[in-house]
Design a protein around this ligand. Structure first.
Ligand code: PEP
Length: 257
């Protein structure tokens, strides 16, 4: 048995003071999570989150990162800056960054590689739009984003990554993918990973589902063989609701061979 992985993506929500209050409440309601829980606040709240999470089993993540350690890159945040604040994970290639900030597959690959090389675990986000799905292109789109995102990673680096399958049409809409639909895509992702790395490495890469996950549906995703956890947006903003997501998640039987 192993713990599922639950990643809270707060997006552009919560000040440092609000973060402080969220963490105090979460710590009171979840003392021993049966899950690996990662909280990704905005950059300005990382310091508060770091202080609040000290001595707890919760991990800290960032929502984005720049690939170089320092220099003339106005507005960017580097890996050493994140690590100094206790950050262990970083989201790379969220669909909102792909769409609103025109991040390319190549930009995202550089972030994934830099994170692996310099001590962060990247959470590579991939997923199709509604039009892609309607046109029967889901697997094609997801495989393309995956292969571009993991391009030139070696086995050692691959063992540090997580993949989040997030159908764009399910993010923030309440229109979550059915667990079986998500499992089908996760199986495609697992197969593609087996083509890129050893079977052992591919088997160990956590695959998270993201898109309108909430306390009522989390359990049904975690029953699926290739769904190892979830990336949670809206339902991670309220400490009570996120505590319920954690409590309703279940240990995963190691069903994969
Ligand atoms: C996300 O932000 O990655 C996400 C999955 O959001 P939501 O849970 O709100 O759909």
């Amino acid at each position: 048995m192993r713990y599922p992985i639950l990643v809270a993506n707060w997006k552009m929500n919560k000040t440092a003071a609000e973060t402080d209050s969220f963490i105090s409440q979460l710590k009171k309601s979840v003392k021993k999570p049966q899950a690996t829980v990662v909280i990704c606040p905005p950059f300005t709240a990382l310091q508060a989150a770091h202080a609040g999470l000290k001595g707890t089993p919760f991990f800290l993540g960032a929502q984005d990162v720049y690939v170089l350690p320092k220099g003339p890159f106005t507005g960017e945040i580097s890996i050493p800056m994140l690590r100094e604040l206790g950050v262990k994970f970083v989201i790379a290639g969220h669909s909102e960054r792909r769409k609103s900030f025109k991040e390319s597959d190549n930009d995202i690959n550089l972030k994934v590689k830099a994170a692996c090389e310099h001590g962060l675990k990247p959470i590579l986000c991939i997923g199709e739009s509604w039009d892609d799905r309607k046109e029967g292109k889901t697997n094609e789109v997801v495989e393309k984003q995956l292969s571009a995102g993991i391009e030139s990673l070696d086995e050692r680096e691959a063992r540090k990554i997580l993949i989040a399958y997030e159908p764009v049409w399910a993010i923030g809409t309440g229109n979550n993918a059915q667990p079986g639909q998500a499992q089908d895509v996760h199986a495609t992702i697992r197969k593609a990973l087996e083509g890129a790395f050893s079977k052992e490495t591919a088997k160990g890469i956590p695959l998270l589902y993201g898109g309108s996950v909430n306390p009522s549906n989390i359990g049904s995703y975690l029953k699926e063989k290739d769904i190892d956890g979830a990336l949670v947006g809206g339902a991670s903003l309220d400490p009570g609701e996120f505590a319920s997501v954690i409590q309703n998640s279940r240990m995963k039987a190691d069903a994969r061979q």
